[in-house]
Design a protein. Sequence first.
Length: 327
Amino acid sequence: MLRNEVVLSLLTLAFLINSSAFAGDEQAELAGLARKFHISISQAKTFPVKTSDKDITGKLPTGEHVRSFSKMLCSELSFYPPELLQRAGVWEIVLCEDLEYEHRRVALPEYHQHILFFDIDCDIYQDVYFRGAIHHEFYHMLDFADDGTFADKDWCLLNPPGFHYGAQGTSDELCTSPFAGRVRFDLPGFLNVYSTSAVEEDKAEIYSNLIVHGKQMDQFAARDPIIRAKIARLKAEFARFCPEITDAFWTAGRAIDRPSNWPTVVPQVVVPKTSEDLTNIRPNDARSRRVGTVLFEVACPVVVAGLCMIYQAKRRRQRTRRPGVAI
Ligand SMILES: [Zn+2]
């Protein structure tokens, strides 16, 4: 009996030591984050989670992954005003692994239940990818909360004439390609292929990169008038939606110490520079440029033909004045 009690005590001690290893600073940080934003942060969600159509599945995260992810989460949300999450309808953040809804997800915004899920398997996803995903998914919550829809006709008008989201393939193909989210410089008006899949993804990519790659986005916007217009519009949207957002918010976002996966190859200029105030670019500007091109193409042959006629007339006159000179 005594021996059993000793064994039980040793097992209890081992459990407490093991538990304390998972209840370190990160738990205090997560608790602080939850208090600041008046949300709950769950590490033991019961799956599956029912939605109006399909179930969301996942499993409990490991303590190691909670430690790694919580540092990123606390750092990336450190400059968010509490009102922003409240207005975006984020009531709960769930940390889990093997997150699935139709297919494996790194994150999932569940607008109707006000939950933001994150698959925090840090062995699969890169640090910088997670950081971008935190802001990308948060933006989806905000985008839905502001008017209950993702549709945005005014944003679509900023795109090149004739462009339609999802036209380069089905949404599923665009979403699942491993290269879809890679920033590139040959898609005027867009950061990557994924941005072309849907208006809400375009906006979420602009926002997350603005936070995570602020300086690089400045350079991108200096070359690309449509990106510049989209950034201006997105910032105006934030200011309207949450008056607590000021310039200090955007400055603080780029002050976070984080790695970068921005392409290092300096791109050739693919978008013509222009001196106009590009934050006010209108869709008709591109049409005006096309009209100018057509006029140039018509005028050039006329001018050349005229110069030829003048030259020939001049030569004829010379022949008349100086007979005998070989031409
Ligand atoms: Zn998205």
